[in-house]
Write a protein that binds this ligand. Structure first.
Ligand code: SF4
Length: 427
């Protein structure tokens, strides 16, 4: 059976961070439960609604066929239209003719701040996934902000099956956190981690951002030291994104002093901070497996790896993206429009595009190279029928990528300028 990841988008936050360019909103708590109910409904109805929207999504385990009766007789389908687990092996031929079979092995609640939802709602969404799909969930991640972690909530998360928490730590400096408009402070991080450990959640990831206002070499070193002392299983380090989508980004591009744009480190400093993180994390045994991600051995994010390997995933919720292997699609961004569409039995899909061979090749290179193990160029040449050696030669000569047999990977010491590689490759 093919592995399938499920992503659930929760687009609500307590406040808007100054650097945030995501589609998230600050809404009253009263909006949370109807939103979670809409997500459950979308999960239950996904197959019918996707097919109605022109998505070629066929999952022998959850989708009904044109000839339901024949399929039901042959496949021991239960009254809800789902296959009996015991029957699936003997029906491989039927499934192959009709569509793929998937087993959901990872689920990821991202946002936004999904830890704002009542644990009961998270539980119900996971239950709906288990009841709708064949699910063997071995990694269930919840993005959480440290100040939202409470003893009872953490215990309920663990009971619901959440076994990984990804913390938006961003910095251990209160000055930087305040300037970025974050709700939490350094003390919240120290309060939250033992609560999660005591609840039995033993896979914790920390996010840090290099480039926040007021960040200095010294404060960054301090954040890295404090982070490594807490020994999270996984670490993500992102560089501040400067674009029109955030208030800080706009201030950096067009001027102003309200969001401390003048105190943002230079690009060279950000690159230096990234290299400091590389060295600090390597020194204490983290495996650098993707440009922005490090893990203790065995704790690489199984869900996120699917994105870089172009494996299928279904996204549910407002603005959630999905990929079937041949098509990409996205739901309506606006949470209220999303809920109202689902409540009236309409499809919330807003964008749908077929992945052309040319686009698929670009993705193979762009996403594949993000993984530090590199890409197998001969496999890609074979699958896409295009020679690639010429595209990599200038990058190899410039020392930006390394070639070993048929494998090409980004050069470790040039990761802070990896954008140059992608710009060159996409020419
Ligand atoms: S918590 Fe995350 S998603 Fe929410 S506003 Fe801040 S950066 Fe954006």
């Amino acid at each position: 059976m093919r592995k399938l990841g499920i992503y659930v988008q929760v687009p609500f936050c307590q406040t808007k961070c100054t650097y945030c360019n995501f589609h998230t909103g600050v809404v009253t708590k009263a909006r949370f439960a109807p939103y979670a109910e809409a997500v459950c409904r979308e999960i239950e109805k996904h197959c019918q609604w996707l097919n109605e929207a022109g998505v070629d999504w066929r999952n022998a385990d959850t989708c009904e066929t044109d000839n339901e009766e024949q399929f039901a007789n042959a496949a021991n389908v239960d009254r809800a239209g789902r296959l009996g687990r015991s029957s699936t092996a003997s029906l491989q031929g039927t499934h192959d003719e009709w569509g793929s079979e998937f087993v959901v092995d990872t689920a990821y609640f991202g946002g936004g701040t999904p830890s704002l939802l009542e644990p009961k709602s998270l539980h119900e969404i996971l239950q709906t996934i288990r009841e709708t799909f064949t699910a063997e969930l071995n990694e269930v991640t919840l993005e959480a902000d440290p100040e939202t972690v409470e003893v009872e909530k953490a215990a309920e998360w663990a009971r619901a099956g959440i076994n990984r928490v990804s913390f938006g730590v961003q910095s251990f400096s209160d000055e930087e956190l305040a300037a970025a408009g974050r709700m939490h402070r350094r003390a919240d991080i120290y309060r939250a981690v033992p609560i999660l450990r005591d609840a039995g959640i033993q896979n914790i990831s920390f996010d840090l951002i290099a480039g926040l206002p007021h960040q200095t070499r010294e404060s960054w070193r301090q954040s890295l030291e404090e982070l490594t002392a807490l020994v999270p299983e996984h670490v993500s380090v992102y560089l501040l994104e400067v674009d029109e989508g955030s208030r800080l980004g706009r201030e950096l591009l067009t001027g102003g002093a309200r969001y401390s744009a003048g105190a943002v480190p230079s690009e060279d400093e950000m690159a230096e901070f990234y290299e400091m993180a590389q060295a600090a994390l390597r020194a204490v045994g983290y495996h650098h497996y993707e440009i922005s991600n490090w893990a203790k051995p065995g704790f690489e994010s199984k869900h996120n790896v699917k994105y870089w390997r172009r494996e299928p995933y279904l996204g549910f919720g407002a603005g959630a993206h999905s990929f079937s292997g041949t098509q990409r699609w996205a739901n309506a961004h606006d949470a209220a429009a999303y809920v109202s569409a689902v409540e009236s039995g309409r499809l919330p899909v807003e964008q749908l595009e077929a992945v052309t061979a040319e686009r698929a090749l670009e993705e193979e290179l762009f996403l594949g190279l993000r993984q530090l193990e590199g890409i197998d160029v001969e496999r890609i040449e074979r699958e896409y029928g295009v020679p690639l050696a010429g595209r990599f030669e200038p990058l190899t000569s410039a020392g930006l990528v390394e070639r070993e047999g048929s494998v090409v990977r980004l050069a470790q010491e040039k990761l802070s300028v990896s954008n140059e590689v992608f710009v060159e490759l996409m020419r």
